[in-house]
Each structure stands twice: as C-alpha cells, then as structure tokens.
Design a protein around this ligand. Structure first.
Ligand SMILES: NC(=O)c1ccc[n+]([C@@H]2O[C@H](COP(=O)([O-])OP(=O)(O)OC[C@H]3O[C@@H](n4cnc5c(N)ncnc54)[C@H](O)[C@@H]3O)[C@@H](O)[C@H]2O)c1
Length: 444
C-alpha cells in the first residue's frame, strides 16, 4: 500500500464511496480484522466471481489483514450468490458492480483480483494498473501475445505490484524441485517432458442453442471477442476454454502451469526462439470444442529440451499419471505432479543406481500461499512470486504452440526484440487481437 493510500484510509475511516449496483461498505466485524487499523488492511476487489476468482478471493480473505470491499460480474446470479457467500463466511458486505470500469473508480480499493475468462484479462488488468490498483490476474496472463506485452508494460509504467495466478511458483514441492535441480547433485538437466491428459480438454457434450440465461449480460461477457447471435452453454461459464475467441485449450489452461515449471528449472526468462508443434482434433466428435484435443510440442532451449503433449479426454499417461513432469538429468529423473515428487535414479554402466531414490512428502494446494505472497508484496512493494514477465513468457510459449498448428506452419521462429515471427507472415497475424468495438486494445 502506498503512503498516500494509508493516509487517505486513516482519514476516511472505511467510508466507501461506491457507485455499484447493490450493497454498502462492510462492517469490519470479522474476528480476523479486529484490532487492525485501516492502514494495516488491504482492501481487495474481485472481477469475475464464479469459480477460480471466488476461491482466490477467499484465500485473500483468510489472511488476517485483508477485506473485500467490491465484487463485479456480468452474471447477476453469480454476483449475488458469491456476495452472499462472502457475507456469510466473512461477515463482509462488498459493493456490487456489473461493470468493472465503475468498480475501478472506487478509490478505496488497493488490489484487484481479475478472474474472468482469458479474453477478458487484459483490459481490466491494465485499467486497474492505470487506476493505481495492484493486480492478481489469473493465468494464462492473456489470450494473445500482444495483450501479454501490454500488460507487462502497464505494470511497469504504473509501478504496480502484479501477481499472475501460476500458484506453483509459491509451492514448497516445486521450490524444492528447483533447489534440487540447481544444486547439481542430479547432474545436468537435459530434458523436461510434460503431459496434460485431462478429460475437460475435449469440452462439453454438444447441446442445442438456448436463450441467454436471465441476469446475464452476454454482450458484456463477449466483450472484445466477436459478436454472436446465438447463445450456447458449451461456450459459456467454465466451457469457454476450448474456443479460440476466449481461450487456448489445454495448453494455455493447464499447460502454462507445467511449462512454467519446466522453464523455471532452466532459469529461462525469455520468450521462445523456436517451437515445433503438431496437433489436431482427432477424437470425440460429439463434444463441442475448437482447440486441439491432441498436441505434441517441442520447445528447444539453449542447453536442454522441453516437450509438451496432451491427449485430451484420456485422463491417463506415463507412470499412470494423468498429468505430470519428468525432469531428466544425468544422474536422476524427478517425476512430479502436484501431489509430490519422486527422484528416480538413472543407472551407470554397471546398472547401479547413480544416486539414492527419494520420495517427497505429500504436496498441497498452493493457491493460498500465492495469495499470501501477493498481499505481502502489496504491502512491501516487493516483486511477487510470479511477476508479469514470467506470466508473459509462459503464455507466449503456449500461444505459439497453438499458432504453429492454426497456421499450418508447425515450426515457428520468433524474434522477441521485434515482436515478430521471422518465418511466417500468417503467424504474425495472430500476434495482435482484433477487439470488437467499443472495446479497444489499450495503448500503454
Ligand atoms: N490458477 C489456477 O489454478 C486456475 C484454475 C482455474 C481457473 N483459472 C483461471 O481463472 C480464470 C477464470 O476461470 P473460471 O474457471 O473461474 O471461469 P468461469 O467461467 O467459471 O468464471 C468466470 C467469471 O467471470 C465472469 N465474467 C466474464 N466476463 C466478465 C467481465 N467482463 N466482467 C466481470 N465478470 C466477468 C463470468 O460471468 C464468470 O462468473 C481463467 O483465466 C482461468 O484460466 C486458474
């Protein structure tokens, strides 16, 4: 929190000048907050309330020094239901908004959680930065390369603390894995293999179009994405992930979490130079999706190789694990998922294990630690566990994997300095999204 903000809070003594559609500033009766002065408290707001955002908000509110003063959603049913949930659990009564631009006018908000579908990350994040708010924005950072670029610029230009929702960066088992790899004991890192075979990657069973649900502003939900004359539930809440206008399928949805670990292991902090990607829709014709149900991608690094693959709808994979990472080093492989990791020794020429086997303690969900890290950084102004540069980098890897297949190029070369693919004009047309009026891609 800035000093001017602290001073303002002391003077205003919790008065919220809301322009929302319902509710009023919450009485601070939550026992977690008793004894706190306004300057100790971080006022958070949520944009996009249904699923992940509601979870992330609760992780914030479980901390001793936060409160929720505003919530926004374009689905009135979700907004009211989630607000009632917050009131019941935390005894806080946020101001409710149906337009995030109005919410951002609320000067009492210190930090905003953006948990809308991916096509709706960029504008709220950048406008929030402009309005002087810190931002926790969900992954993938955005639905296009240029949006990611602008979001990095906005965080810098407005000097904001930004956390991207790649919560594995805050998790102990992943931090331990990175320490083990970087210690050198496992030998040289040569390859990281990633697989992500989730059922939800094939989308939902096809259903007929239906009327827009009561209480939903569907045009606002579509926002900068192309207009649609019809509503279909398989493209709406939760299901939007498998449609190019709103998401990028499994590789941008789960893939970014796992790719992030593979890049972290090699301390890679740059966009890809070259990628090789093949994919297609090969199965489940009764299911509604555009994004590829089957993908194999190679991301060459300077001195190791990352591979990613998925066969959506199978929910199984190597070692009996539906998803996972295999960090292959000279002396051992680390096999990991969110439930923990195992060190599997490689053999020497006499078939002896090169090092001892090891099995980690059980992993835990890292979301709460990521929120805690964000709130600490909001207060200290330190760099978060997953700053926008890291969010951009991994989002670019995932988007390029899709672009290579969508253009039929399969191999793409990227020059980060010029923000261009050097071997495909077709691919270059995917860099900057076309926003539907009145929405305009912001200039930063
Ligand atoms: N970090 C993780 O592990 C993790 C897990 C799940 C989802 N996510 C990410 O969280 C985000 C949300 O995913 P979800 O599963 O909660 O989606 P969802 O569809 O369940 O919820 C999105 C909500 O945003 C609302 N919304 C849409 N446009 C809006 C707008 N312009 N203003 C306000 N509200 C708007 C919708 O009405 C809906 O309530 C996505 O980016 C997703 O990738 C991250």
């Amino acid at each position: 929190m800035t000093e001017s903000r602290r001073t303002f809070l002391k003077q205003s003594a919790f008065v919220v000048a809301g322009t929302g559609i319902a509710g009023s500033a919450g009485a601070v009766t939550n026992s977690l907050l008793s004894g706190k002065t306004p300057s100790d408290i971080v006022n958070v707001a949520l944009i996009g309330c249904k699923n992940m955002g509601f979870g992330v908000l609760q992780n914030h509110l479980d901390l001793p020094d936060t409160r929720c003063i505003a919530m926004c959603d374009v689905d009135r049913n979700i907004l009211e239901e989630r607000a009632a949930g917050i009131q019941k659990k935390y005894n806080q009564k946020p101001v409710l908004y149906d337009d995030f631009r109005k919410l951002l006018e609320n000067k009492d908000i210190d930090a905003v959680i953006v948990s809308t579908p991916d096509h709706w990350h960029c504008l709220p994040m950048i406008y929030a930065c402009e309005a002087g708010k810190d931002v926790y924005v969900e992954k993938p950072m955005a639905n296009s390369i240029e949006e990611c670029n602008l979001m990095v610029k906005a965080a810098k230009r407005y000097n904001r603390v930004v956390q991207v929702g790649q919560q594995q960066r805050s998790g102990k088992i992943w931090q331990d894995i990175m320490t083990k790899i970087k210690s050198g004991d496992l030998g040289k890192l040569r390859k990281v293999e990633i697989w992500a075979n989730f059922h939800y990657g094939i989308g939902q069973k096809k259903v007929a179009d239906s009327p827009v649900p009561h209480g939903v502003d569907y045009d606002f939900w579509l926002g900068p994405a192309p207009a649609r004359n019809t509503f279909n539930d398989t493209r709406f809440h939760g299901n939007w992930r498998m449609w190019w206008d709103y998401g990028g399928g499994l590789v941008t949805d789960w893939g970014v979490h796992l790719l992030d670990m593979a890049l972290w292991a090699g301390e890679v902090m740059t966009a890809p130079k070259t990628i090789l990607s093949y994919g297609a829709n090969l199965s489940f014709p009764d299911y509604a999706h555009e994004t590829f149900d089957t993908m194999s991608v190679t991301f060459p690094q300077n001195d190791y190789i990352i591979t990613y693959e998925h066969t959506a709808g199978t929910e199984n994979g190597p070692f009996g694990m539906g998803y996972g990472l295999r960090f292959i080093c000279d002396n051992a492989t680390i096999l990991a998922d969110r439930s923990g990791y195992r060190i599997l020794p490689e053999k020497d020429q006499q078939s002896q294990d090169k090092i001892e086997k090891f099995e980690s303690e059980k992993g835990r969900d890292d979301h709460d630690l990521h929120s805690k890290n964000f709130v600490e950084c909001v207060k200290s102004r330190a760099v978060t566990a997953c700053p926008p540069e890291v969010g951009r980098q991994v989002a670019l890897y995932a988007h390029m994997a899709n672009i290579a297949i969508r253009t039929g190029e399969y191999k793409l070369d990227w020059d980060d300095a010029s923000n261009r693919f050097t071997n495909s004009e077709k691919a270059n047309r995917f860099i900057v999204p076309e926003y539907r009026k009145p929405w305009v891609l912001p200039k930063v």
